[in-house]
Ligand binder design. Sequence first.
Ligand code: TYD
Ligand code: MG
Length: 467
Amino acid sequence: MAKRTTSFICQACGAVYQRWQGKCEACGEWNSIAEEATGEVHAAPVASGGARLKKGRVIALEGLSGTPMDAPRLPAGIAELDRVTGGGFVKGSVILLGGEPGIGKSTLLIQAAAAIGRAGARSVYISGEESAGQVRLRAQRLGLGDAPVELAAETHVEDILTTLAAGTPPRLVIIDSIQTMWTDAVEAAPGTVTQVRAAAQGLIRFAKASGAAIILVGHVTKDGQIAGPRVVEHMVDAVMSFEGDAAHHFRILRAVKNRFGATDEIGVFEMGGQGLVEVPNPSALFLGARDASVSGTAVFAGMEGTRPMLVEIQALVTPTALGTPRRAVVGWDTNRLAMVLAVLEARGGVRLGQHDVYMNVAGGFRIMEPAADLAVAAALVSSLADIPLPPQAVLFGEISLSGLIRPVPQSAPRLKEAAKLGFSEALLPEGSAESAKQAGLKTRNMNRIADLVAEIAGGTPRQRSRG
Ligand code: TYD
Ligand code: MG
């Protein structure tokens, strides 16, 4: 019989305290600490006949060949998803998929489950939020009504494990969502950190023992943390986040952690009436409705993992009406913008202290690379001077605090993609000029921030526009 004890646990990060307090010292969150029953954790039963290593048993690394690890991946056949997982679901691996409510997690996973089922493997979808009927209805609406997927509405981990262990071992199991799961192993209420952690442990143990790949859905709070399940992040093999902007149809799948693949690959989907559709050429989509004749827009030739991606950066610089000018950014890092503004002012002589600055990355896309510095600076100067940039030009380059513009990695694929999409010029640091020539683009070398300012404001005056 477990001793009945309670602890105070931060629901955001899982830190444990002896008594209640208003602020979690570990993660800085306010009002996140709740009292939970934390009886002794019994080891959840492994409901499968899968091999379990005996206590203290070791195996030689090279002795591992010849085990089922030989063919460990199962591709879903959805290219954008397989790209992010690193080529398919690894046998016995557990993925945590986070995302805001309504972003399309359940839609993506029922599509993945159907694809695996159609490929002839046992595929199970367990919903703790919707009834089996609701899940079936959605599948039918997506044209997947005939896919061989086992559906269940269940939240009790021990029952789930018993179901999974019956029959042929499943190859893919979807748990939608981990916050709704509970196990007998602990006494805490469902949804609490203790329950989420224990339920995840039971499921992870099943995955390792049976070879099934399990995807746990985790809901995300406003500020982007996977609520509760954040404490699960270190237990799983991969953490993925499904992002998007409610106002746009694009959805981006990103690997935050991946023990079996790169974390810089993204998958791009479009949410439509038929569910999520893959977007094999996102650049064309992101640049689709572009008007190159207005000032304040620049095309950044970016990279997402191994894939080049062209996106439009928009800036609007207007005289401020307030004492403190506003800086608003969507799709980029606010601190990075502050740095570019400071360098423009200190090294380029561009005065922006009396101007509001708004910056947006078109299409709801989010850029992570410092390589976007030059394109951001160009959009800002172009907006301030109200002079459009050359319409057929792409830009990239990292700005240093000294005002120098540094070359960035992988210039060749960036420029090839630009040429493919009909761009004829590149504004870039001299170090990347050779790749531009090879791609057949004209170049304008930008080695200092002052070169950029001179190029835009002091260069040949172009047709002025009022956009
Ligand atoms: P859902 O997968 O339920 O989101 P999550 O599981 O992340 O909470 O997606 C719900 C949203 O997606 C809903 O607002 C409607 C939209 N949607 C479509 O636009 N087309 C579709 O075919 C489907 C199934 C959903
Ligand atoms: Mg859902």
